[in-house]
Design a protein around this ligand. Structure first.
Ligand code: ATP
Ligand code: MG
Length: 416
């Protein structure tokens, strides 16, 4: 029991560290756009001052176009790690019309927040791990510092001798813990004004409606394909076997009086056919929702698939909780089809399946070191994976240059 607890603790720490590193990456990116926002804000203030002097009105559209360029950079950055934010219509050429554009007004609110709070959050976020590294390495460099810069004040002990310098290193732990705890939230806070103010509500809604119409069609399509598959499996397999049972039982009944030996043999065959029908029925049922998902977790179910794959396959799964059954079933079928493809087509030496449950998404990546060249129009499997993912409002990406390697990445919303 304690080992299971330790393993869960380790997994939570790894997930937390990964979230903090992701957050740090976002904070650094956000700091870049915040610095640009500060420049744009300074330009806008200069134009505003010149307007007060009565000479800057003509400069307003140009300054606002500069602001749009900076806001578009932030839109592109935020779109890379969340829902896409589309750029609004271009800034009108006349200053009155430009200032009246709702998107411009929201950008003005955003630039004042991002250039100040966004920059501050970026600097604070970087300070935490930087201070950790500084304290950790203090014993290596304290003796190089000029006497006036040796930090002895505030810590309560001397840091300008060896024991004192070594006593500084453990402080780094505190900084790293603070970084782990606060950085993901700081990254979200830094991105919030951009997500709220840079996404034009109307355009966003129209895009969303188009996306939902497409995914609804994909869902219906996937549903129809699934029904066809089940219908074929029942028609070609189970139904045929039961017809055979019926015929054999009829023949046995006719033979029972005149030739009991033949009747016995026919009954044997009927029993075999009934058992086969049962086995096929079980396979069909398993194809609808694998029972292993019902009994065990998604990582366990995927380990079962990996064990059955003829190409050596490693599963690296970190999923903190359970996703809705339909999402887990989609993840299972995607991995099952990807591994079947690897076994059938890739000539790979090994494959790796990575599953991560982060935030509200389940991300799957199935990679092999085979010959590549996979194409969606080559069969029905890859296209089926895309339809399954899109039916859940998820995404599907295939990278498979000739010569390999091949990677399939599927991301599904799941509200973990
Ligand atoms: N991992 C892979 N490595 C190399 N080629 C691949 C890989 N996966 C798929 N392919 C190529 O892409 C094509 C399309 O794959 P897809 O799964 O859509 O069809 P399929 O496996 O041929 O048939 P099915 O409809 O039974 O799945 C395959 O025919 C194969 O040539
Ligand atoms: Mg296939």
């Amino acid at each position: 029991m304690p080992t299971r607890k330790t393993a869960a603790g380790e997994r939570a720490l790894v997930t937390r560290t990964r979230a903090a590193l992701d957050g740090l990456e976002h904070l650094v990116g956000g700091m870049g756009t915040a610095a640009l926002a500060l420049l744009a804000l300074t330009g806008l203030l200069a134009v505003a001052v010149s307007c007060l002097a009565g000479v800057g009105l003509r400069l307003i559209p140009t300054a606002l176009r500069g602001l749009r360029a900076v806001a578009d950079r932030e839109r592109a950055r935020l779109s890379r790690w969340g829902p896409e934010i589309v750029s609004p219509d271009p800034v009108p050429g006349r200053w009155r019309a430009a200032l009246a554009q709702p998107a411009v007004r929201r950008e003005l609110a955003w630039v004042s927040l991002h250039a100040t709070l966004g920059l501050l959050l970026g600097v604070l976020g970087l300070t935490l791990p930087f201070s950790g590294v500084r304290d950790l390495l203090y014993p290596l460099y304290w003796w190089l510092l000029p006497a006036s810069e040796v930090v002895s004040a505030g810590l309560g002990w001397r840091t300008d001798d060896w024991p004192g310098a070594f006593a500084v290193s453990p402080l780094s732990l505190g900084w790293f813990v603070l970084a782990l705890v606060f950085i993901p939230g700081m990254a979200r806070m830094q991105a919030r004004p951009g997500r709220r103010l840079l996404a034009a509500p109307g355009a966003d809604l129209a895009l969303r409606v188009a996306q939902l119409t497409a995914t609804r069609a994909a869902a219906l399509d996937a549903h129809a394909t699934e029904l066809r598959r089940i219908e074929r499996a029942l028609h070609d397999g189970t139904q045929n076997r039961i017809v055979a049972v019926n015929v054999l039982l009829g023949a046995a009944r006719r033979a029972v009086a005149r030739d009991p030996a033949t009747a016995d043999e026919l009954l044997d065959r009927a029993q075999d056919a009934a058992e086969q029908a049962l086995a096929e029925l079980r396979a069909v049922v398993r194809g609808i929702l694998p029972p292993v998902l019902d009994e065990r977790s998604l990582p366990d179910a995927l380990s079962g698939l990996a064990a059955a794959c003829p190409v050596p396959c490693r599963i690296d799964a970190e999923v903190p909780g359970r996703c809705p059954a339909s999402v887990e079933a989609t993840a299972y079928f995607v991995v099952a089809e990807a591994l079947t493809n690897i076994a059938k087509h890739s000539r790979a030496r090994r494959a790796v399946v990575t599953v991560r449950g982060t935030g509200d998404r389940l991300r799957l990546s199935i990679a092999d070191d085979g010959r590549g060249g996979a194409a969606e129009d080559g069969g029905s499997g890859l296209g089926g994976m895309r339809r399954r993912a899109e039916a859940h409002d998820g995404t599907f990406e295939l990278t498979s240059p000739p010569g390999g390697p091949t990677t399939v990445i599927v991301s599904l919303p799941c509200g973990l």
